[in-house]
Design a protein around this ligand. Structure first.
Ligand code: BES
Ligand code: ZN
Ligand code: MN
Length: 495
């Protein structure tokens, strides 16, 4: 366990293994320590800047340099992290730089962070960036690795100000839940089958004030959830749906969060090529983000009613698997002609969205690793955002505070028409083999099931899983993407 303490102290006096000092650049490329780290620079006097320069450190964003603390400071080691131009410093840069510092700590048991934390948003960024930057998925190594880091001191002139204290507390909470989401995303498909994921969700929300209910395959059949059941047909592990409910007495608004929970996506009979299948254990990242966000919302006692709908299934191949050409009857009563078993997400989401809409919440936000084409369009750090103007604007506003990147895409009329008119046998067409704008078609399909309620669809296929090396505060593998923005959105509804 790592403990965070907010302290107003001079960085050079703190007894710690490592002191992290933030360095910006000023006029003429001069190295300018941020206010919290100035006392460290002063302790070295005129030797500070030349010493950094001799290490090749120029203060560019993301650069790091380290040296022993010596007699000048009480820290064993000084870790300088570059923040780039001082007049262009943002909370998001602080978040990423703090993550970079976390990954360069080495084997330290204690650390003091002398980064910009004088304002609530910066203090939040320091703790979120540093905390999430520490993340590693080591659960499956033998013996399981664990970090020695026990104490993190966040230095701030405003350490006693209520808004800063609150921001740090919330950031810690967010780190905790985002890490939990990442663990789930990283857990392999052979371990995290639908029923196991459901059990783990139930265990994870126990004692949090969130009620959990698992609808098993029999119950889903009784209700008529043909979408979830159809996708689950090919797997030896049956599908299910987890319903979560957080309903504080003082709530004025209600929101439904829906998360795609495909524990593994082989593509089914429309099988994926091997290369694109290798990280499909991450196809439940939407569900993981919803659970994580609800835990943070409940812990912060946000006065908003939140229901979570998590359809869980494994998309596999067997003699009983769903075939292209099959017709499924969804919970809405609408029939769907399946033309591509790899477009399975929209089938399980159809039932979950209908369930969510039945409660008539004030809005629905759905999160899914839905389409590869969204990654083609926006790359793997930006999520596609769809929905009505108002809900989309609200999500965009929240995302500017969390640092997560979204870009709105449209739902064109012709894609809506295609969904509703182009099946030769059923009410709805599940997939259009015309490749252009496939993410938009998927969104148009989902829209049918929200029954006119305010809604947003977050296609996180790209940013939910980092197939490359770590960057900023974002690790390799599961990223926990969307958790922060969902929490922010629910908080924004509290007014
Ligand atoms: N789970 C995939 C989408 C995905 C792709 C997630 C890459 C993460 C990274 C989804 O079920 C799928 O297979 N989508 C199809 C959409 C297509 C049929 C329009 C795809 O990506 O090919
Ligand atoms: Zn999928
Ligand atoms: Mn698929």
């Amino acid at each position: 366990m790592t403990t965070y303490t907010l302290r107003r102290a001079a960085a050079e006096k703190v007894r710690t293994d490592v002191v992290v000092v933030g360095i910006t650049t000023g006029k003429g490329k001069a190295l300018v320590p941020v206010p919290a780290s100035r006392s460290v620079a002063d302790a070295y006097g005129r030797r500070f800047a030349p010493m950094l320069a001799s290490l090749g450190f120029r203060g560019s964003f993301g650069e790091v340099a380290q040296f022993p603390g010596g007699d000048q400071v009480n820290a064993g080691r000084v870790l300088a992290v570059g923040l780039g131009p001082g007049d262009d410093l943002t909370a998001e840069k602080v978040r990423r730089a703090a993550g970079i510092a976390a990954r360069n700590l080495g084997n330290a048991a204690s650390v003091a962070l002398a980064l910009p934390a004088e304002e609530a948003d910066a203090a939040r960024a320091v703790v979120e960036g540093f905390g999430t930057g520490l993340y590693r998925y080591d659960a499956l190594r033998t013996p399981p690795a664990s970090s020695r880091l026990a104490d993190v001191v966040v230095l701030s002139e405003a350490a006693r100000r209520a808004d800063v204290v609150d921001a740090v507390r919330r950031a810690q909470l967010l780190v905790e839940v985002a890490d939990e989401a990442r663990d789930w995303v990283n857990t392999p498909g052979n371990v995290l089958v639908p029923e196991v994921f459901a059990e783990q969700i139930v265990a994870a929300v126990k004692g949090t004030g969130i009620e959990a209910e698992v609808l098993d395959a029999d119950e889903l059949a009784r209700l008529g959830c043909g979408g979830i059941l159809g996708v689950g047909l090919g797997s030896a592990a049956p599908p299910c749906l987890v319903r979560l409910r957080y309903a504080p007495a003082d709530a004025g608004t209600s929101v439904a969060l829906v998360g795609k929970g495909i524990t593994y996506d082989s593509g089914g009979l429309t099988i994926k090529p091997g290369g694109s299948m290798s990280h499909m254990k991450s196809d439940m990242a939407g569900a993981a983000a919803v659970v994580a966000a609800m835990k943070a919302v409940a812990a912060a006692k946000v006065p908003v009613t939140v229901t979570g709908y998590l359809p869980l299934a494994e998309n596999m191949i067997s003699g009983s698997a769903m075939r292209p050409g099959d017709v499924l009857t969804t919970l809405s009563g609408k029939t769907v002609e399946v033309l591509n078993t790899d477009a399975e997400g929209r089938l399980i989401l159809a039932d979950a969205l209908t369930m969510a809409a039945q409660d008539r919440p004030d809005s629905i936000v759905e999160v899914s690793t839905l389409t590869g084409p969204a990654v083609v369009a926006l790359g793997d750090r930006i999520a596609a955002l769809f929905g009505d103007d108002e809900t989309v604007a609200a999500i965009e506003a929240c995302a500017t505070r969390t640092g997560e990147l979204f870009w709105r895409l449209p739902i064109p009329e012709e894609q809506r028409d295609s969904v509703r008119t182009e099946s030769k046998v059923a009410d709805l067409l599940q997939h259009n083999w015309v490749r252009w704008g496939s993410s938009l078609f998927a969104a148009a399909f989902l829209e049918v099931f929200v029954e006119g309620l305010p809604w947003a669809h977050l296609d996180i296929a790209g940013p939910s899983y980092n197939t490359g090396g770590p960057w900023g505060h974002v690790p390799s593998g599961g990223t926990g993407f969307a958790t922060a923005t969902l929490v922010e959105y629910v908080e924004s509804l509290a007014g």
